[in-house]
Design a protein around this ligand. Sequence first.
Ligand code: AMP
Length: 465
Amino acid sequence: MTKFTDLNLNPKVLKAIAEAGYESPTPIQAGAIPPALEGRDVLGIAQTGTGKTASFTLPMITLLARGRARARMPRSLVLCPTRELAAQVAENFDTYTKHMKLTKALLIGGVSFKEQEAIIDKGVDVLIATPGRLLDHFERGKLILSDVKVMVVDEADRMLDMGFIPDIERIFGLTPFTRQTLFFSATMAPEIERITNTFLSAPERIEVARQATASETIEQGVVMFKPSRRDREGSEKRTVLRGLIDREGDKCTNAIIFCNRKTDVDICAKSLKKYGYDAAAIHGDLDQSQRTKTLDGFREGSLRLLVASDVAARGLDVPSVSHVINFDVPGHPEDYVHRIGRTGRAGREGKAITICGPRDQKALDAVEQLIQKEIPRLESPVKSKPVEAKDTPKDEVKEPREKKSASKPRRSDKTDRPERSDNKPTENKPRSRGRDRNDRGNKVVGMGDHLPSFIALSFAERRAG
Ligand code: AMP
């Protein structure tokens, strides 16, 4: 088996990884580090959890150990699709460079331009950025990319999902033709293949096994859910969610609950909190300090349930999650693989439970086709008795009506997926009766002058009386 000491890494890097407790390189590291150190381009087909971050950071640091950065001219560039992933890569850099004097800057949304510019002005060895933010800085004239020697594109498939490929192509064009490129993607969609053919030069291709197929330690199950009434779908589904958490009991030490829609992320987190569960939400619309605080709490174990969208949770490295619960079946089957890969890491046992609603059947079929197995059907934790109005919990959270802007997601949040028109929350949607009431006031048309007074009363007045 390859050892880290066989890999020609800088001794200070070796010291840092030994202190991090790594004993031997993972397959993607053993495959990518040697060609990267030779200055060759690398195409890594691997996903989070395989050790891919170290597979590009360790050789980069070794290569950057010689030389110094000049003002505004970073020597290397790491592009990540989300702020969380960028922040995580930055953390990795700090761990591996702790015995060296390399400087880095993190360019992500939610952090002031001034602060970031001050760091870039001094000169940085490594610039870790989301594509949009990097281009913003470039356009402000504060950043020069002509000294970039190594460029990393991380999670390119996610960049594609989020519409970042034109930005990536532009950034490739702004860096020197002679740069070295380390390119990572979990899958090779035709568009990704095209980019790598255009911008990589004779890359060493390293492919490691997909996590879902590799990890047999994840127990999977699906609960088929049918609401008693369409307008109660949301609240009944949340009852199923609570039932699942309760049924798992102490075995569920912590869980990530995935929702397809940002609105559901908020509603589920609020609902769980109202029912006394230790839960918090994370999605693309929350400000950075809030997201960091929530994530840190979850990592440290002070938060038990993290309700998340795919984008926000993408690439998160939380070493021991006992459960993943899919509040809906994801629209892209690959997202199922990513989601359940949050549990059962590094040989630990994990459980992934999915709630399949009335409109999720097709998506479930696609998932089963991708993973090439049928997910065992689990009994619902909730008896199928129709919920009577009086059974509806008083502290259930109100579902907001969809805001107009929600149908136009920001580019960076595309995969938080906008609501489908057939999937809008309906629980609190006023019926036409409500509109009539406002339009007509107390008058009842067409019954003559001698009207029994109770007929003329509006609903609101009657309830108030
Ligand atoms: P990644 O795929 O880069 O998100 O890495 C997943 C996790 O594996 C991170 O927590 C790393 O710190 C950890 N890791 C990376 N390489 C190794 C290694 N060679 N041995 C043990 N853990 C590692």
